[in-house]
Design a protein around this ligand. Structure first.
Ligand SMILES: [Zn+2]
Length: 442
């Protein structure tokens, strides 16, 4: 699948630096041969440690009153016990699963900075190092986003005791980001950007200081995930969260606004025109009862979007894309909502997410052409859901029918990391993960 469309007998030559050196069509094969090749997809939003809560946070003492905020209490209790070795084991499993589903890079939105008592580790970047080690072991491309998180709520309210492991002032944050960048040099293809946890968790002056040091790299923020946040932002500032951000921060193509679920029409149009990416996490947003992003209206304004696995409650590139489309169908009561001119929802969705994902991760990627990163996925043309299909139908078969089982091989920066649908470290990663869960429950 090339930028101009499907092509036959394509040879992709990969340079030593992990970029695509040359793409030729209509040539004889040399080297490894695969039937169906598409660009690798970037996962624009992950909290790797939350993978270990998957399935454990569904039962709530709040019963029918359970919400995002109840889930957050469970997450705070879980986070109390995590050590760097746990985070490394959990992230290694999550990253191998991302690769097996067709994600080739992850934007890791990382806010678990300090030890269980809230003290800085001797090396402030110790948790960053655990995530970098997991990315290195799995082979996934890493865009590490250390997070500035200072307050409990709008109006610079003092952080809660449960937030002690997350909190940095802007100066400590600058030092942490610098340390993360130094550590990331050991991991091929990794890069470091900046993140603000949310408008709740920062103050305007701190935000400006973080942005002054952000340079040209990606800037991510959670925004307007919950209606309670919208109401609190209106009470604090008189503006809705996305509007406040557009009015008070230099939001442009470096930015990824994660969720942005609750926007009015004016915000939706203004965000689309800013050039920023909306980082949508359909599975997590459904799991947490957040709401449905107005993707059809936003895409009609030329808005850019990416998908992310966020809480990692279920890791699947195909299912994130399918649920993004299904949320629109359920809301608008029609089919083929995000297919655009192609008429194929899978092709339209994938095109949006490839482009927006690479942008949100700060890389030249998401397409098979010279100069892009050699992040590639081969689909299994013989899979029952693909075998009777052609061209865009292969993508429909993958995204809506087969899911992860149709992913046969994956390359990151030209290195093959998934063979026959399996990551060679998956079994070992699962064993370490089980040991980790046992020790956390002991
Ligand atoms: Zn998140």
């Amino acid at each position: 699948l090339l930028p101009a469309g499907w092509a036959r007998d394509v040879r992709v030559s990969i340079a030593g630096d992990g970029q695509i050196a040359q793409v030729q069509c209509g040539v004889d094969a040399i080297g490894a041969r695969h039937a169906l090749g598409i660009p690798g997809l970037a996962n624009a939003h992950s909290h790797a440690f939350q993978r270990a809560m998957a399935g454990l946070a569904e039962h709530s003492p709040a019963g029918a009153a359970d919400s995002f905020w109840g889930w957050r209490e469970t997450m705070y209790r879980f986070v109390e016990r995590l050590e760097p070795r746990h985070v490394e084991a959990i992230a290694t499993l999550a990253y191998t699963q991302m690769l097996e589903s067709g994600f080739t890079r992850v934007a890791e939105f990382h806010y678990l900075h300090h030890d269980p008592r809230g003290r800085r580790y001797a090396d402030a970047g110790e948790m960053c190092a655990a995530l970098i080690a997991a990315a290195h072991a799995s082979g996934i491309g890493l865009t590490l986003l250390p997070v500035h998180y200072q307050f409990a709520d709008f109006g610079a309210l003092a952080p809660l005791p449960a937030q002690r492991r997350f909190v940095t002032d802007p100066d400590a944050y600058a030092a942490l980001r610098e340390r993360a960048a130094a550590l990331a040099e050991a991991c091929p293809g990794a890069l470091v950007g900046s993140a603000l946890h949310s408008l709740r968790a920062i103050a305007p002056a701190g935000m400006r200081q973080v942005l002054d040091g952000a340079g040209a790299g990606p800037v991510h923020i959670h925004v307007a995930e919950q209606t309670r946040e919208v109401d609190a932002c209106l009470a604090w500032s008189g503006a809705r969260p996305v509007q406040w951000l557009l009015d008070n921060a230099p939001v442009d193509a470096r930015w990824c606004l994660v969720h942005a679920t609750h926007m009015d029409e004016a915000e939706c149009r203004a965000l689309a025109r800013s050039g920023a990416v909306a980082g949508l996490c359909p599975i997590t947003e459904a799991n947490l009862g957040d709401g449905v992003f107005p993707a059809v209206a936003y895409a009609a304004e030329g808005g850019r979007l990416a998908v992310g696995t966020d809480s990692n409650v279920h890791i699947s590139a195909a299912q994130e894309l399918a649920l993004l489309e299904y949320g629109q169908r359920l809301t608008l009561r029609r089919r083929n909502c995000l297919g655009g001119a192609s008429g194929s929802p899978a092709r339209g969705l994938l095109a949006l997410a490839l482009c927006g994902g690479a942008q949100a991760c700060g890389i030249a990627g998401g397409r098979i052409e010279a100069g892009a990163r050699a992040d590639l996925v081969a689909l299994d043309a013989a899979h029952p859901s693909l075998c009777a299909q052609q061209q865009d139908g292969w993508l429909d078969g993958w995204i809506f029918a087969a899911g992860d089982a149709a992913v046969s091989a994956v390359w990151v920066g030209g290195q093959q990391v998934v063979h026959g649908g399996r990551h060679p470290r998956a079994v070992r990663a699962r064993e370490r993960y089980r040991d980790c869960l046992r020790s956390l429950q002991a």
